[in-house]
Design a protein around this ligand. Structure first.
Ligand code: GLC
Length: 546
């Protein structure tokens, strides 16, 4: 085993690379990426210098929400391969010293999961129905939904079923698409099934789980009406009284899961997707007996402004530090506008809105790339664990010109196109300029169309090219490791208003978030997000100095 595997607490400093399997690499030419494709491209990840891979869901699913609608938690969807392909990928990753995190979706199943089919067949008030949140409708004939909750993807969060005898029946809750019925986590039967699912993957050798919607599994008693603040994000946010987000009862579930993980030898981890503010509240998800890490969405949502960044970094280190957890840092994932495009828009559109042909504002690609790289260089110098979303190491922008007919995100469908949704960050990534589908698939087929510019971002067009985004990521990840930045402490240095500077691990990090060039302190440049030197740090640029 490579030495990394012997180290406990590996996750405290890890760089975790998110693979969205549909869009990473397609080995069989059907236009959808697969596990064998990931296996074939593992060397690109070791070359990049990451420590772990998080795979978005590849389990059996009708794919109504990109696999976040699971119909069998313990099998691989044929679209992505087989369990043998998964084992092969896991072995290939472990042989290279890469850990593997799988995505677990416990808040809801697919409506095609046998548990839901059995619930429908079993009839009202049966134990099978009690796995989900079925309720009688309001109104004289139950014709109105049980409460006023709205789906994160738009429209009501309730769908009425038709009973076996053809009469209109109860309603079931779905915080997301109607194909994603919410489980009732107050039911011990549900809890026991998920212990089994955890063990299934732990027995196969996975290094941990990214837990989907980890702030949503428990709903307030009585399911009271709730009208969200239209300005707040649909996944939660500042509001403290949302009856379906951040309920106290979720913590008991993670304490239980932590015990399951501790039945295993080397350290396996739980990572929370919990859109909870403030960060001091989010930190409750990573108390010593709960999860290990939580995505720092407060950081992700911070604009590229010196004052705001300094505040969120301090708040993060303090909040997570107070419970003994590392902070994480993340700028992009499969649910948000890719950060080069997002940071070029001030203010950015709310999460889930996306960018499309009819959007009022469009980011400038070059400004975005420069700013995105500067933001990455700032992030990778911070102590803790960092996330990199596939394609960001190539500098990919959000694809904003997808034709409506190609869009697949339920957000787009459920809002009748009012919100473009998340397809623009999910376009299959380019590997080889000039190859069919830019090397994503052998046949040139791609489940979302790739834009013309994709070839110029291809990995082979950047590999070994000084100043390319790929080489910048490789250099930054290597220097991060060499100088122990992830395990370090930061000390802020006083600067002019648009500039941020701190010391960590013997380096000085200087980020110019403004547009006007500033003077660069003395020192040898170890990493630079863009052209800099001769005493000048241009706008939207970050350097690491020795
Ligand atoms: C999480 C996932 C997102 C998915 C949703 C419902 O937010 O990251 O992609 O649509 O949960 O499972």
């Amino acid at each position: 085993m490579p030495s990394a595997h012997a180290t406990n607490d590996w996750w405290r400093t890890a760089v975790i690379y998110q693979v969205y399997p549909r869009s990473f690499a397609d080995s069989d030419g059907d236009g959808v990426g697969d596990l064998a494709g990931v296996r074939q491209r593992l060397d690109a990840l070791t070359e990049l210098g990451v420590d772990a891979v998080w795979l978005s869901p590849f389990m059996t699913s009708p794919q109504r929400d990109g696999g976040y609608d699971v119909a069998d938690y313990c099998d691989v969807d044929p679209l992505f391969g087989t369990l043998a392909d998964f084992d092969d990928l896991l072995t290939g990753a472990h042989d290279r010293g890469l850990r593997v995190i799988v995505d677990l979706v416990p808040n809801h199943t697919s409506s095609e999961h046998p548990w839901f089919a059995e619930a429908l067949a079993a009839g009202p008030d049966s134990p099978e129905r009690a796995r989900y949140l079925f309720r009688e409708g309001r109104g004289a004939a139950g014709e109105l939904p049980p409460n006023n909750w709205q789906s994160v993807f738009g429209g009501p969060a309730w769908t009425r079923i038709t009973e076996a005898d053809g009469t209109p029946g109860y309603w079931y809750l779905h915080l997301f698409d109607s194909s994603q019925p919410d489980l009732d986590w107050s039911n011990p039967w549900v809890r026991e099934r998920f212990r089994e699912i955890l063990r299934f993957w732990l027995d196969r050798g996975v290094d941990g789980f990214r837990v989907d919607v980890a702030h949503g599994m428990i709903k307030a008693d009585g399911l009271p009406d709730y009208t969200p603040d239209p300005e707040g994000g649909s996944m939660g946010g500042d509001a403290l009284d949302v009856p379906y987000w951040a309920q106290e009862g979720v913590h008991e579930i993670y304490r239980d899961w932590r015990k399951v993980l501790e039945e295993y030898d080397r350290e396996r981890v739980l990572i929370a997707e919990a859109w909870v503010n403030p960060l001091s509240k989010m930190a409750q998800w990573v108390r010593p007996d709960e999860m290990h890490q939580a995505f720092n969405f407060g950081y992700l949502e911070t604009p590229w402004r010196a004052e705001a960044l300094r505040l969120v970094v301090d708040e993060s280190l303090e909040a997570f530090g107070a419970v003994g957890a590392p902070s994480t840092w993340v700028l992009s994932n499969h649910d948000v506008i890719r950060h080069p495009s997002r940071l070029a828009l001030t203010p950015p559109p709310p999460q889930g809105e996306g960018i499309g042909p009819r959007s009022p504002r469009h980011p400038d690609e070059l400004v975005g790339l420069r700013r995105g790289r500067a933001a990455t260089a700032f992030m990778l110098a911070l102590p803790g664990s960092a996330y990199v979303y596939q394609g960001e190491e190539l500098g990919l922008p959000e694809v904003s010109d997808l034709p409506d007919a190609a869009r697949q995100d339920p957000t787009f469908i459920r809002t009748a196109g009012e919100m473009y949704g998340r397809d623009g960050c999910r376009v299959p990534i380019p590997w080889e300029a000039g190859a069919p589908a830019a090397g994503f698939s052998t046949t040139g087929v791609s489940w979302l169309p790739q834009p013309e510019v994709w070839g110029s971002y291809a990995r082979d067009a950047q590999r070994g090219v000084p100043g390319s985004t790929l080489e910048f990521y490789v250099a930054a990840l290597a220097a991060r490791r060499e100088h122990g930045l992830a395990a370090g402490d930061i000390e802020w240095l006083e600067t002019e208003p648009a500039v941020l500077a701190f010391r960590n691990g013997g380096l000085t990090i200087v980020a110019n978030t403004g547009l006007v060039p500033v003077s660069l302190p003395d020192g040898e440049i170890v990493v630079s997000s863009g052209p800099a030197g001769d005493g000048v740090l241009p706008g939207d640029t970050t350097v690491w100095l020795r």
